[in-house]
Design a protein around this ligand. Structure first.
Ligand code: PLP
Length: 392
């Protein structure tokens, strides 16, 4: 079974319903469960602790990430926050510098209230990471590729460093999904997903997932999931299972378009820089190529300034201008006021999240239509800046 390709597993991991043969997982809308015996209770008692629909999803993501336990939460941030609750007062965490804005906010404004200390480090630099480790460091938390400037962290090396120092490694795998990257296989202890993005894929639900391999860590996270209680509802669990089935086809198609668009933007004179981990000249390329099997469908690029970004966004016809990513629709975001609005400007600038930076999550529209739309919007940018010998 494990020799099956992930695309096959996406479709068949949940299996058919044993009782009825139903092709889709039954939707169990039940908060509580009747107990037949006075003395011995069944596998389900209350849906915060466990729901059969949610369990199918949790078993599925555990399988896909090559873990042993999966956990479904009401959002990516609920999954991430719950994972951080494995820590105790007096502990210290290393967090990658260009972490998701909501994670940055959780670490700097919530964790600190519980006397959990943190250091943001540039995780592309192993010595900076090693030097930041303290005797009380318990977790190395990373995202690779990072959001939005696509820095690559070597998961295997980070996990080795963590193990040597008695720390756990948490990896936010939202951008790559299990199709392209399996952090547990590289030594990570806990994998996190905003399943709101590629895993569900249709801009319809907010959901989070976590996967562990170690049994004891799984038990501890399960305890937190049940105790903190930010679980995913059964309806959304069902929707997410359906989304995962088409993940392979969706992500491969979007990634193929993203590659073409990245090349196009890279060659365009109005674009100052393109951040895309599939470029051979990307500084993290050799590491990314070793640890992931695809470059993904998200890229960022820099226009001259805020005015250029505004003109560009206002001229585009196809992509939605919205927060989020990983959907069938192409989504263009402006990190400075969207995903990273909770980060002070000074911190944003340090991370390259400048006023000209835009992030594009490539959807499933025809690549030619997307290219044509980008081209006409960039022409408007060049007309505005007035220095425009036509490209064509
Ligand atoms: C969106 C996102 C999150 C947060 O997930 P929600 O489902 O919005 O709570 C965390 N990490 C990354 C990389 C994300 O893109």
């Amino acid at each position: 079974m494990t020799t099956q390709k992930l695309e096959t597993q996406f479709i068949h991991a949940t299996g058919v319903d044993r009782e009825t043969g139903a092709v889709n997982v039954p939707l169990y809308l039940s908060s509580t469960y009747h107990q037949e015996s006075f003395d011995e209770f069944g596998p389900f008692d209350y849906s915060r602790s466990g729901n059969p629909t949610r369990l199918k999803l949790e078993e599925t993501i555990a399988k896909l990430e090559n873990g042993t336990r999966g956990f479904a939460f009401s959002s990516g941030m609920a999954a991430i926050s719950s994972a951080f609750m494995l820590l105790s007062a007096g502990d210290h965490v290393l967090v990658s510098k260009d972490v998701y804005g909501g994670t940055y906010r959780f670490v700097t404004e919530v964790l600190n209230k519980f006397q959990i200390d943190y250091t943001f480090v540039n995780m592309t630099d192993l010595s900076e990471m090693a030097e930041a480790i303290r005797p009380n460091t318990k977790v190395i938390y990373l995202e690779t590729p990072s959001n939005p400037v696509m820095n690559i962290t070597d998961i295997e090396i980070a996990a080795k460093l963590a193990k040597a120092n008695d720390c756990l490694t948490f990896v936010d795998n939202t951008f790559m999904t299990p199709l392209y990257q399996n952090p547990l296989n590289l030594g990570a202890d806990l994998v996190l997903h905003s399943a709101t993005k590629f895993l569900s894929g249709h801009s319809d639900i907010i959901a989070g997932l976590a996967v562990t391999k170690d049994a004891e860590l799984g038990t501890r996270l399960g305890f937190i999931q049940n105790t903190f209680g930010s679980v995913l509802g059964a309806q959304d669990a069902y929707t997410l299972i359906q989304g995962i089935k088409t993940l392979g086809a969706r992500l491969k198609q979007s990634s193929a378009s993203a590659r073409i668009i990245a090349d196009y933007l890279h060659s365009h004179p109005a674009i100052e820089e393109v951040y895309y981990p599939g470029f051979r000249f990307h500084p993290g390329y050799p590491i990314h190529e070793r640890q992931a099997t695809g470059a993904g469908a998200v890229l960022s690029f820099r226009l001259a300034d805020k005015e250029a970004a505004r003109t560009f966004v206002e001229s585009l016809q196809i992509p939605l201008f919205a927060v989020s990513l990983g959907a069938v629709e192409s989504i263009l975001s402006y990190p400075a006021t969207m995903s990273h609005a909770s980060m002070p400007k000074e911190e944003r600038d340090k991370r390259g999240i400048t006023d000209g930076l835009l992030r594009l999550s490539v959807g499933l529209e025809h690549t030619d239509d997307l290219l044509e739309d980008l081209e006409q919007a960039l022409q408007k940018v060049r007309q505005q800046t007035g220095n425009a010998p036509s490209l064509l």
